[in-house]
Design a protein around this ligand. Structure first.
Ligand code: UD1
Length: 429
């Protein structure tokens, strides 16, 4: 199993190209199930989760052509996928594929919408809480599907097709909003989705659906109005830059110090994070190229944050921010309100010398003057990268084990950090 070795103490200087957003690329690939024509996606990140989803879609009969890397293209340049779901040969998404990645459960909506039936294994993914799917099923039922759970599978049927309906979510869920949207675009009649998630990745998917002929009003707002159409056609779409990767590298620079431009980063998807970083004493400036992050000489200030649905502080940056706060000049409080078990990085950060106390859903982080390198274990995707951030400032050598978590969501992490002067090496085997 691969490991990543970090020798701390180097400042970061230079620039990092931000990849396409994993959390947009995955649902966009799933959208391809809604049309027999070809959907061309540009700027798809090269990630294990993308490869996994290719396999899952392949199982349904979807053909995916990948354009090879062109001469002179950077190792980090995104891929172009040409995805064609001409014929759906199988409406079952089996356990061994779905259990490895939660987002693959989202094939449920498009499969029912296009084929009138679907059998999809209950999902797996990062172990950061119970992560139920009740809201996904509610959305399908409001659109006229009948859903049963048998032997670990959701079996959904809408033999006469889906009908428009009124879906009012009791809380904000990214996945359930994707599911409802993807199913409603082909339902007969009008659908209203209330309390929809407004994460930029939802907007990206909705904009792609519109290019394919879907009728959606209220994109980027809490209420989506969809007028169903009988079919969708092919389209071409570029995946938005990854705001979580952007925030992660911003926090890495904040931690290590230095001056790095995050090329292609979109500040408008990160307002809350930018403000939080600035309050922590880190200079964040919008430039023509993206976002410039600087910390030279000054210390890190403690800032309290609470995770919230967009436009709040993202839960997917909570672990990284905690990594940064471990060396703040004082105590910060980090409250996690989205997932109930998302503090698994705390005990690993403690191995590096961090002083963190958990009180229910709140972590009290008492800044320390120094961290020291140690062996640490990645427990989930975002937690793993918080350990890299801490390792960049720790004295000596930090060895991160179970790197496969990281490979699910961060493209060429070692290359990107090393190019800015970090001493980060992957050790294979
Ligand atoms: C997505 C993101 C993940 C991010 C999360 C929150 C992708 C591939 N993943 O995950 O990176 O951390 O949004 O921003 O985009 N819930 C229910 N019932 C449901 C569905 C969700 O109770 O049927 C709850 C969850 O347990 C959680 C909350 O709703 O407490 C939000 O989860 P949700 O937004 O659905 O997360 P995901 O879509 O799984």
């Amino acid at each position: 199993m691969d490991r990543i070795r970090i020798r701390g103490g180097n400042k970061l200087n230079g620039s990092i190209e931000i990849s396409g957003a994993k959390n947009a690329a995955l649902p966009l690939m799933i959208v391809s199930l809604l049309t027999p024509e070809t959907l061309t996606l540009h700027n798809v990140p090269r990630l294990v989760d993308v490869l996994r989803l290719q396999k899952i879609l392949g199982n349904h009969g979807v053909d995916i052509m990948t354009a090879g890397k062109r001469a002179g293209q950077a190792a980090t340049a995104g891929e172009t996928l040409r995805i064609s779901a001409k014929t759906i040969v199988d409406t079952t998404a089996p356990y061994d594929l779905v259990s490895k990645m939660r987002a693959s459960f989202w094939v449920l909506g498009p499969l029912i919408a296009r084929c009138g039936e679907a059998k999809v294994s209950l999902p797996g993914g990062c172990a950061i809480g119970t992560r139920p799917v009740d809201m996904h099923l509610l959305a399908m039922e409001k659109l006229g599907a009948v859903c049963d759970i048998e032997n670990g599978y959701v079996i959904a049927r809408a033999k006469k097709g889906l009908k428009g309906g009124h879906i009012a979510f009791s809380k904000v869920s990214v996945g359930a909003t994707h599911a409802a949207l993807m199913a409603a675009v082909l339902a007969d009649g009008d659908t209203i989705i209330e309390n929809a998630a407004t994460e930029p990745e939802i907007g990206d998917v909705a904009e792609c659906l519109v290019k394919m002929g879907a009728k959606i009003e209220g994109i980027h707002s809490r209420t989506l109005k969809i007028t169903g159409v009988t079919s969708l056609h092919g389209a071409e779409h570029t995946v938005i830059p990854d705001r979580i990767e952007t925030g992660t590298y911003a926090m890495a620079v904040g931690m290590a110090g230095g001056d790095v431009t995050l090329r292609g980063a979109r500040a408008d998807t990160l307002d809350n994070v930018v403000l939080t970083m600035q309050r922590a004493g880190i200079a964040v400036d919008k430039t023509n190229e993206g976002l410039r992050i600087r910390r030279n000489g000054s210390g890190i200030l403690p800032v309290d944050v609470t995770t919230d649905p967009f436009p709040g502080f993202p839960t997917d940056l909570q672990a990284q921010f905690m990594g940064l706060m471990t060396m703040a000049q004082g105590t910060s409080h980090i409250r996690e309100t989205i997932f109930e078990n998302r503090f698994m990085h705390v005990q690993e950060l403690a191995r590096l010398g961090a002083d963190i106390h958990l009180h229910g859903d709140m972590a009290e982080v008492r800044g320390v003057r120094k961290l020291t390198g140690a062996d640490v274990m990645a427990t989930d995707l975002r937690a793993s990268v918080s350990l890299v951030i801490a390792g960049l400032a720790a004295e000596g050598e930090t060895m991160l084990h179970r790197v496969y978590h990281l490979d699910r969501g961060f493209e060429a992490l070692e290359e990107k950090l090393s190019a800015c002067g970090a001493d980060v090496t992957r050790i294979s085997g």
